[in-house]
Design a protein around this ligand. Structure first.
Ligand SMILES: Nc1nc2c(c(=O)[nH]1)N[C@H]1C(S)=C(S)[C@@H](COP(=O)(O)O)O[C@H]1N2
Ligand SMILES: [Mo]
Length: 426
C-alpha cells in the first residue's frame, strides 16, 4: 500500500486504521472457549454499516497529478478540457513496430483528433448513449489498499461502440487509454485492456465502458468526470479518470502504469471480506453481545459465505500469518449476509433494476448475490465469551471453496489479507 499512501491521497481514515490494525502484534495464549451454539449468526437483519451506493464525495480517493486534475477550476479547468463543454476524446493508432513481437503496426480507418476537429465531444458521447447506454454496479477497490473505496452505479457507453466510430481496425491487440495529466509525461496514468476484452463481452459478463454518470448524476471532477473509463472486473487502476485519449496498438505487451509498481497489471477483483472498525479496542461486559460487521466484495470467483473466527489471546500475541495452522483450523462460524435490498429504494430515480446489467430482465433481481464485482454487508453477533482479551477475524469463502486470501496469496495481485479486530471482555 506504500505507494498510494505516500502520495498522501488517501483521504479516509479507515484505510490507515485497517492497515495499522493488521500491523499490530499480539500473542496467542488460549483458543476461544465460547459456546459455539451461542455464537451462531443472529436472525436479526444486519445493520447496514454503509449505504449501499456510496455518494460520489464519500469515495476513498486515489489520484495522481500535481496539481491533481480535479483541483483545477475556472479557466484552468476549461483549458484542461475537463468540463462537459470542453471535453474531447482522441482516438489514435500506434505506428510502433518491433520484431519479434510486433511485425506490423495497428491501423484505424479514421482517427479522431483535436487537430483535425474530429475528436469526440460530450454531446456525441451522450448521443451514442441513447442507443447503447449501460448501467452497472461496481465496487471500486484499489489493488494496494485493503479496504473498498466505495460502490457506485455507473452509466455510460461500451468502449466497443466508441471504437466503432473509427471504422475498420487492423492489427490491434491492446487498447490503451489515459486521462488529463497536466501535459507532463511523468504524470500520465494509463491503463489498457486487450482487443478481446473490449470487443467481445460474453453473455452475463460486463463490458468495459466510458462512464458519464455515477449514481444517476454527472460524475464529479474528483471521481474522474466528465468521462471516466470503467473496467468492471478489475481493480481501480484500470478505471482511468478524466479520460481524454484512447490509443490502439499492435504491441501485445502490457505496459500499464501500475505494472511499473510491481503490481499484476491483469488483476481482477478478489472475493474478500473487509471488517468495519468496531469493535476494535472496545471493552464489553461479560454477557454483553459483541457485534461485528463489514463488507464483502464479490470477485469473479463469487462468494459462498462470510465467516468469522474469534479466539482468546494474551497481552502481547504475535501476528498470525494468514496461512498459520490455528487460523486455518478455526472454528470458523458463518456470518449473516445482507439480503438483496429492495432496489427501488437504492437505485437512482428513473433506473429500474431490470435495466441494470447483471440483473434478471424479468424479475429485476441480481443474477448472483452478492452481485459480481460489487459488495454487500455482513454481520454476526458473538455471545457467551468469558473475561479476557480476544481477536476476531472474518474471511470470505468463494464458489470454488477457496477461503480468503487463497488461492492467490500474492498481495500484489490485490490486497485481500485477513483482517483482525481486538476487544476485551471484563
Ligand atoms: N487519471 C487517473 N485515473 C486514475 C488514477 C489516477 O491517479 N489518475 N488512479 C487510479 C487508481 S490506482 C484507483 S485505485 C482509482 C481510484 O478511484 P477513486 O479515486 O474514484 O476512488 O482510480 C484510478 N484511476
Ligand atoms: Mo489503485
Amino acid at each position: 500500500m506504500g505507494e498510494d499512501l505516500k502520495s498522501g491521497s488517501i483521504t479516509r481514515r479507515d484505510f490507515i486504521n485497517a492497515g495499522a490494525a493488521c500491523a499490530t502484534t499480539l500473542a496467542i495464549t488460549e483458543t476461544v472457549s465460547a459456546n459455539l451454539a451461542d455464537s451462531a449468526p443472529s436472525q436479526k437483519t444486519p445493520p447496514l454499516s454503509k449505504p449501499f451506493l456510496t455518494p460520489g464525495k464519500d469515495f476513498g480517493d486515489v489520484s495522481r497529478g500535481d496539481p491533481k486534475p480535479h483541483k483545477l477550476t475556472g479557466d484552468a479547468q476549461a483549458k484542461a478540457k475537463l468540463t462537459p463543454d470542453t471535453w474531447r476524446l482522441e482516438i489514435t493508432a500506434d505506428p510502433f513496430v518491433k520484431e519479434p513481437h510486433t511485425k506490423v503496426p495497428a491501423t484505424l480507418a479514421k482517427s479522431l483528433t483535436i487537430a483535425d476537429g474530429t475528436a469526440l465531444d460530450f454531446n456525441q458521447l451522450l448521443e451514442l448513449g441513447k442507443k447503447h447506454e449501460v448501467h452497472f454496479l461496481k465496487a471500486m477497490q484499489c489493488l494496494n489498499i485493503d479496504s473498498p473505496l466505495g460502490q457506485g452505479l455507473w452509466t455510460g457507453v461500451p468502449l466497443r461502440e466508441v471504437l466503432k466510430l473509427c471504422g475498420r481496425m487492423n492489427n490491434v491487440r491492446r487498447i490503451y487509454y489515459w486521462g488529463f495529466h497536466n501535459n507532463d509525461a511523468k504524470q500520465v496514468f494509463k491503463s489498457s485492456v486487450t482487443y478481446t476484452n473490449a470487443m467481445e463481452t460474453p453473455p452475463n459478463e460486463l463490458p468495459v465502458f466510458l462512464a458519464y454518470k455515477l449514481n444517476g448524476e454527472a460524475i464529479s471532477p474528483e471521481r474522474g468526470g466528465p468521462v471516466r473509463m470503467i473496467v468492471p472486473w478489475s481493480h481501480g487502476y484500470k478505471s482511468i479518470k478524466w479520460l481524454q485519449h484512447i490509443f490502439v496498438t499492435n504491441d501485445p505487451r502490457n505496459n500499464d502504469t501500475y505494472a511499473t509498481g510491481n503490481n499484476d497489471p491483469e488483476s481482477f477483483l478478489k472475493s474478500a471480506a473487509y471488517m468495519d472498525k468496531s469493535p476494535d479496542g472496545k471493552k464489553f461486559k461479560v454477557g454483553e453481545a459483541v457485534d461485528i460487521s463489514g463488507t464483502v466484495i464479490s470477485g469473479p470467483s463469487g462468494v459462498k459465505r462470510v465467516e468469522y473466527w474469534v479466539r482468546k489471546v494474551g497481552d502481547k500475541p504475535p501476528t498470525l500469518g494468514d496461512d498459520s495452522p490455528e487460523l486455518l483450523q478455526g472454528p470458523w462460524i458463518p456470518c449473516e449476509l445482507q439480503e438483496q435490498p429492495d432496489w427501488n429504494n437504492i437505485l437512482p430515480e428513473g433506473i429500474n433494476a431490470n435495466k441494470v446489467l447483471g440483473f434478471d430482465k424479468k424479475t429485476g433481481k441480481a443474477l448472483s448475490w452478492p452481485l459480481r464485482y460489487s459488495m454487500c454487508s455482513y454481520s454476526a453477533t458473538i455471545k457467551g465469551l468469558k473475561e479476557g482479551q480476544y481477536e476476531v477475524r472474518a474471511r470470505s469463502v468463494d464458489l470454488n471453496d477457496f477461503a480468503q486470501p487463497e488461492p492467490r496469496p500474492t498481495q500484489k495481485s490485490g490486497r485481500n489479507g485477513i483482517q483482525v479486530r481486538r476487544f476485551e471482555i471484563t
